[in-house]
Write a protein that binds this ligand. Structure first.
Ligand code: ZN
Length: 140
C-alpha cells in the first residue's frame, strides 16, 4: 500500500490586535511535504520559506487574507473577546450590587434615625430646630 504524504495547509496567525496576519516564521525543516495555501485552488505547494513569502505578496493571497479577516474566523476571535469583556462586566456589576446594598442599609438606618428625631422634635414645640448631621451623629 502506497502512503501519499499530504502537504500542510497554511493558516494565518492571530495578532494581538485581533487581526489575522501572515505567518512568516514557518519552519520548513519540519514540513516534509511543504505547505499549501488555501487561497490557491490550483493546488500549488510551497516547499521553501522564500517561495511562500513571495506568495504572500500576490494579489490573490492578499485578497484572500482580507476575506479571512472579515469572515467567521474573525468573528470567533471577536466572540472570545466579547465573552471575556462580558465576564469582566458581570464581576463589576456584582461588586457594585454589594456596594449599593451596603449604602441602602446605611440610608435605611439614617432614615430611621431621622424619623425618631423628627417625632422627638414635634413633641418639643418650644424649640424649632432643624436636623443637622451633628444631630445624627450624637443620636444614640
Ligand atoms: Zn495564499
Amino acid at each position: 500500500m502506497e502512503i501519499i504524504a499530504e502537504p500542510d495547509i497554511y493558516a494565518p496567525i492571530l495578532a494581538n490586535d485581533g487581526v489575522f496576519v501572515d505567518d512568516k516564521h514557518i519552519n520548513f525543516n519540519r514540513l516534509a511535504n511543504g505547505i499549501r495555501c488555501p487561497c490557491n485552488n490550483r493546488n500549488h505547494i510551497h516547499i521553501t520559506a522564500s517561495a511562500l513569502k513571495a506568495h504572500f505578496n500576490t494579489a490573490m493571497h492578499k485578497r484572500w487574507l482580507e476575506q479571512y479577516n472579515s469572515n467567521s474566523h474573525n468573528s470567533e476571535a471577536e466572540a472570545t473577546q466579547l465573552r471575556s469583556d462580558l465576564s469582566d462586566a458581570k464581576r463589576l456589576i456584582a461588586q457594585k450590587d454589594i456596594i449599593i446594598a451596603q449604602k441602602d442599609r446605611h440610608i435605611r438606618s439614617l432614615m430611621d434615625t431621622i424619623r425618631l428625631m423628627s417625632s422627638a422634635n414635634t413633641d418639643d414645640t418650644s424649640e424649632n430646630k432643624s436636623l443637622t448631621s451633628d444631630d445624627l451623629l450624637d443620636f444614640d
